[in-house]
Write a protein that binds this ligand. Structure first.
Ligand code: SF4
Length: 217
């Protein structure tokens, strides 16, 4: 398969012309020739296609290729500007979140659901436990729980938790450097509020952020 075809297959396929090209295939060719920017397609940053962005970036120019968009990334509830949108790893329902419950007595097992409130956030979250290691729970956010479409889901209430870290991909905006303090908008945030943290690892568009905080300055 040619690179152009491969890129075209990762674009939304609407052939709507909003990028200035008649078909997604023409846009793919323009991307390869550096005559267009990924951000020119307004549909690519949507939840459905965001995971394709880092793959296209790799095909065009390697990891770290900037996803330029004329529109700033703004939090909805706070109106603050973020450096990037943080999206789930490909095929996953939300960014991975590492939680440290303040109550040492709680002990959900892998595969179980938990209810918790992140420190500094007014919203109750529901999540599924992926891993338990040294008092840290790695979870996928699923809440509100009715999103699962099942009434029989039981969960453990683990109370207040410190959000230790996030793992995901930068789907829109510049991929940050390790050590950088960043402002970012997690795609799964129910309030669409800008978060802050420090980048501790990056591999292409995949990034780990620790010291998650809702205080942004
Ligand atoms: S705007 Fe996006 S979906 Fe529409 S033709 Fe261009 S690349 Fe395809």
């Amino acid at each position: 398969m040619t690179q152009e075809k491969e890129i075209a297959g990762l674009l939304p396929g609407y052939n709507c012309g909003e990028c200035g090209y008649r078909q997604c295939r023409d846009f793919a060719a323009a991307l390869l020739e550096r005559g267009a920017e990924l951000g020119d397609c307004p549909h690519l940053a949507s939840e459905k296609f965001a995971a394709n962005i880092p793959v296209i970036q790799q095909l065009i120019g390697g990891p770290g290729t900037e996803f330029k968009d004329s529109k700033p990334i703004m939090g909805v509830i706070d109106g603050l500007e973020a450096d990037f949108i943080f999206s789930p790893l490909p095929g996953e329902p939300s960014c991975r979140e590492d939680l440290h419950p303040f109550d040492p007595g709680v002990g959900p097992d892998v595969g179980e659901y938990v209810r918790y409130r992140p420190l500094g956030c007014p919203v109750t979250h529901f999540a599924r436990v992926l891993d338990v290691n040294g008092g840290i729970l790695t979870v996928h956010l699923v809440g509100p729980i009715h999103r699962l479409g099942r009434d029989d889901v039981t969960f453990e209430d683990i109370g207040l938790c410190l959000v230790v870290g996030f793992d995901g991909i930068v789907s829109k905006g510049r991929v940050p450097d390790v050590g950088q303090t960043v402002k970012f908008l997690p795609e799964h945030c129910m309030m669409q509020k800008v978060h802050s943290g420090v980048v501790v690892h990056s591999e292409g568009s995949r990034v780990r952020i620790e010291g998650i905080d809702l205080k942004v300055w």
